[in-house]
Design a protein around this ligand. Structure first.
Ligand code: ARG
Length: 478
């Protein structure tokens, strides 16, 4: 029994597993309690139990196939592992948190259940290739779940956008009103970003699904392993080519963290706009009360805390990427324990990304948008000044001259407290004789939007086409 184990621990404990360290042959006696606390990873790697067991089943079947295990031994191991998995899933078996890691727990529990054959499972395998396999399988499963969440956000954006194809709002550059767009067009910009995030995740998943098993601790093994057979059983895309690389690198984790960082950059920009739009300065939208918070002192407050948290959590995910980049930097080949740091970093990022993605669909579905406020902001901002110049171009005036004339008219409007839509025609004519009555429909905001039919533009039919393409992308990509 380990010394100094905290009493009254809520976790079960299987004598077989923790009564001895895996490596007790070489080292004598109990290790220091402080080493144990720093060293053990079961607190965070327990979540990979399913992948650890599935990987072991594939390994055992392969050892049976090549004759390293007898048929009976293989059957006993497979059945034992399946029983452990079923019992953990059913809540009948608790993972013993006093074990060093999930691999130790599963192997110990197997031997406790089936005896001798259990001790043969680890033949031709090291925890170094095992943990790389487990993490690859675990992340591949999780990537699919995160991609499904991205899909739900994109679907929501498409649905909300479809209701606002004609909702004119200011488009901004430098956070200054620039040209008119629609709410649909603006929302679909984020849908495009998320579609690329989904694509990046799929590509990362394909590179993640490469089996390192057979690399051993670092130098492969003398057993005639059928590595391909293991990969096939686990629905992986192939096997690694270099045993040192396979146990030492974590670029698949780094790539995922980088993808998450980009995804969070996108979400944080959207979140920032939601904060702005909910402010009384903008008042373009209001969040449902269920997705807002109040203040403990200011009775009038309704705060977009969720959007702020999404914005804030981006920093946390960037932190995880930096953590792992720093952990692998300068590491000599092959496995070093520093690599154990990969899991907490990527699990935290994964949980954070999922939390943020989960809140967006209901938050957007229940939000109220204020089209009249958006239109008023668009009307007051001289967003049609470019179109006013384009009007003159249509009358044969060179664009550079038309640009200057339109600027002059804007200045005049500002002085007179008018907009281009209300400025009398005689004022227009004083500046240039080419202006006629038809300038008013030409610079009408809805017109300014609807004529921008170019592929990717804000015209309602162009955005409708964009929505359809986005929906198709969501269905076609598995
Ligand atoms: N918990 C370890 C990790 O996450 C498993 C590999 C242990 N290997 C070793 N040589 N100590 O990396």
């Amino acid at each position: 029994m380990r010394k100094g184990r905290p009493q009254g621990s809520p976790f079960a404990r299987s004598e077989e597993c923790i009564s001895m360290k895996l490596w007790q042959g070489r080292l004598g006696g109990d290790v220091d309690e402080r080493l144990d606390r720093l060293n053990k990873s079961i607190g965070f790697d327990a979540r990979m139990y399913k992948q650890d067991i599935t990987g072991s089943i594939a390994h055992a079947r392969m050892l049976g196939k090549i004759g390293v295990l007898t048929e009976e031994e293989k059957e006993a191991i497979v059945a034992g592992l399946q029983g452990i998995l079923a019992d953990i899933d059913a809540g009948k078996l608790q993972i013993d948190m006093s074990c060093e890691d999930i691999h130790t727990f599963v192997e110990g529990e197997l031997t406790r259940r089936i005896g001798q054959p259990g001790k043969k499972l680890h033949t031709a395998r090291s925890r170094n290739d095992q943990v790389a396999l487990d993490l690859r399988l675990y992340l591949a499963d999780e990537i699919e779940a995160t991609r499904a969440r991205c899909k739900a956000v994109v679907e929501t954006l498409c649905d909300v956008a479809e209701k606002h194809l004609h909702t004119v709002m200011p488009g901004y550059t430098h956070l200054q009103r620039a040209q008119p767009v629609t709410l649909a067009h603006h929302l679909m910009a984020y849908a495009q970003m998320l579609l690329r995030d989904r694509e990046r995740l799929a590509e990362c998943r394909a590179r993640t699904l490469v089996s390192p098993l057979g690399s051993g601790a670092l130098a492969g093994t003398g057993y005639p392993l059928d590595r391909q057979y293991v990969a096939e059983q686990l629905h992986m895309n192939g096997v690694s080519e270099n045993s040192l690389d396979a146990v030492a690198d974590r670029d698949f984790v780094l790539e995922l963290l980088a993808d998450f960082a980009i995804l969070m950059a996108h979400l944080s920009r959207f979140a920032e706009e939601i904060c702005l739009w909910c402010s009384w300065e903008f008042r373009f939208m209001a969040l449902d009360d269920r997705f807002s918070t109040g203040s403990s002192i200011m009775p009038q407050k309704k705060n977009p805390d969720l959007a702020e948290l999404i914005r804030g959590k981006a920093g946390r995910v960037y932190g995880s990427l930096t953590t792992l980049l720093t952990a692998v930097k300068g590491l000599p080949l092959a496995y070093n324990k520093d690599l154990q740091e990969d899991k907490e970093a990527v699990f935290d990022a994964l949980d954070t990304v999922n939390l943020c993605l989960d809140v967006l669909p209901p938050m957007l579905q229940t939000a109220t948008f204020f089209p009249e406020r958006m239109r008023a902001a668009a009307a007051a901002g001289f967003l049609n000044a470019t179109d006013c110049a384009d009007y003159l171009v249509s009358k044969g005036v060179p664009f550079r001259d038309a640009y200057a004339i339109s600027g002059q008219l804007v200045r005049l409007c500002v002085e007179r407290g008018e907009t281009l839509d209300t400025l009398p025609l005689e004022e227009y004519r004083k500046v240039h004789p080419a202006f006629g009555e038809d300038v008013y429909p030409f610079i009408d905001l809805s017109n300014c939007v609807s004529k921008r039919k170019v592929h990717g533009g804000p015209a309602p039919e162009a955005v409708q086409a964009q929505i359809e393409t986005a929906r198709k992308a969501l269905v076609s990509e598995r």
